[in-house]
Design a protein around this ligand. Structure first.
Ligand SMILES: Cc1ncc(COP(=O)(O)O)c(C=O)c1O
Ligand SMILES: N[C@H](C=O)CCC(=O)O
Length: 424
């Protein structure tokens, strides 16, 4: 069947033909290619077309598609262990690896997705502090948990959905929305709600309004305000963890989070998530403490094996991050130079191997308002041109592109050649 035939048939059985809204290419008015296989930096659709992939499953594929060590770990494990719903040595090995190689993670609890990780971290913070309110930032996305679907990024920006239907007022009345990188705004929020805030949750390098890095001063002030008011600081590193550096976005700032959430890369491409942090906070979790959180599939052996293979390989090969950073720089500078020649208004934000090309007349994109100034029609034309030229990019102005260890100089040069041919 062709891509279109499969997609049309899929619409009969899955809402919108997809299992996650952003995959439907609604924002770019195109039919998505139906992906059959992936290898290294490339993916191939059902019609045999090859795309150089800059989505990487929305981040997890840092080692490239079907990395041989990850595949071997999955195969070896599932010969004998698929699921037990019981303790395994594999989950200990991954937990120990994370606690010993990361900063600020003294204990960890495995879950099955990024949404589960953030949702559970917030519940734990509420249980620990005995408070109900949380502060999140406009444009940041922390998954589809009701309490986060207020001024959220990702597909909710893409589709212009202000929140989501099906979310009772009750579920969001304790969610306060702040302005990313706006210190004055968070001071005002803390003045008003400081004593009621259980937690602040933030993407320290946001990827879900496109890539926007938090400013150091902003993060330092945020930490100080949390300390003053007894509020826990949660870094959502579902996307940035093991991506912007092995130790994630935490290593870019002088501030420590109390809790951190992970997913994506840490499961090597299989469904996973984890949250961890201060021991005294984590010990509030059941069965030690009174905050209940559970999961039939949590710590699944195949996922643990894929995660362990991925994180071990990344930890032992720090040069991977240099490779990705140097390719990212080449791509960023190359795009800026071509845009200047062609008179295309754009800002390229990048943090290591995550990057967004914002089509805007602004000089820089550091605030949510800057992000919202983008020309989404121009983005759509750019996206369509790049897809036709064989490059798989996120189909939204408000998402991040991802580089992998398997991308080469040649891939970047080909990308830049294709961009040069873009007719504005
Ligand atoms: C920063 C961040 N937090 C949380 C999530 C939710 O993760 P998941 O899609 O695995 O539920 C995502 C991605 O979707 C994310 O990028
Ligand atoms: N921005 C989202 C996660 O990072 C995109 C993935 C999804 O929602 O399917």
């Amino acid at each position: 069947m062709s891509n279109i035939e499969i997609f049309e048939e899929s619409k009969k059985y899955m809402p919108g033909g997809v299992n996650s809204p952003v995959r439907a290419f609604k924002d770019v008015d195109l039919t998505p290619p139906i992906i059959k296989r992936g290898s290294g930096a490339y993916i191939f659709d059902e019609e045999g077309n090859r795309y150089t992939d800059f989505v990487g499953a929305w981040g997890p594929m840092l080692l490239g598609h079907c990395d041989e060590d990850v595949v071997k770990a999955i195969k070896d494990t599932c010969e004998n262990a698929i699921a037990f719903g019981a303790s395994t040595e594999l989950e200990l090995r991954l937990a120990k690896h994370m606690c010993t190689t990361l900063d600020n993670v003294e204990m960890v609890r495995m879950v099955n997705s990024g949404t589960e990780a953030t949702m559970s971290a917030v519940k734990l913070a509420r249980g620990y502090t005995g408070r109900d309110k949380i502060l999140k930032f406009a444009g940041c996305y922390h998954g589809h948990f009701d309490g986060f679907l207020v001024s959220a990024g990702s597909g909710l920006l893409t589709e212009g959905i202000p929140g989501s239907a099906g979310v009772p007022e009750e579920s969001i009345k304790n969610t306060i929305v702040g302005q990313y990188n706006n210190i004055e705004n968070i001071r005002q929020v803390f003045n008003k709600y400081g004593e009621e805030l259980a937690a602040v949750i933030i993407e320290p390098v946001a990827g879900n309004m496109g890539v926007v890095k938090a400013e150091n001063e902003f993060m330092e002030e945020l930490r100080a305000l949390c300390d003053k008011h007894g509020t826990l600081l949660i870094f959502d590193e579902v996307m940035s963890g093991f991506r912007v550096s092995y130790k994630g976005a935490q290593s870019l700032f002088k501030v420590k989070p109390d809790l951190v959430t992970y997913a994506k890369i840490m499961g090597g491409g299989l469904p996973c998530g984890a949250y961890g942090g201060r021991r005294d906070v984590m010990e509030k979790l059941s069965p030690l403490g009174d905050v209940y959180q559970a999961g039939t599939m949590s710590g699944n052996p195949v996922v643990m094996a894929a995660g362990l293979a991925t994180l071990t390989k990344l930890y032992n090969n720090h040069e991977y991050y240099q490779h990705i950073d140097s390719l990212g720089l080449k791509l960023q500078e190359g795009m800026k130079a071509i845009a200047k020649e062609k008179g295309i208004p754009l800002v390229v934000n990048r943090c290591g191997g995550m990057m967004t090309v914002f089509f805007t007349n602004k000089d820089k994109v550091t605030l949510y308002e800057d992000v919202m100034s983008c020309d989404t029609n121009l983005f759509k034309r750019f996206f369509t041109h790049m897809l036709k030229s064989g490059f798989n990019l996120p189909p939204s102005q408000y998402e991040a592109m991802f580089l992998s260890v398997k991308h080469s100089d040649k891939d970047i040069e080909e990308f830049l050649d294709a961009f040069r041919k873009f007719q504005v």
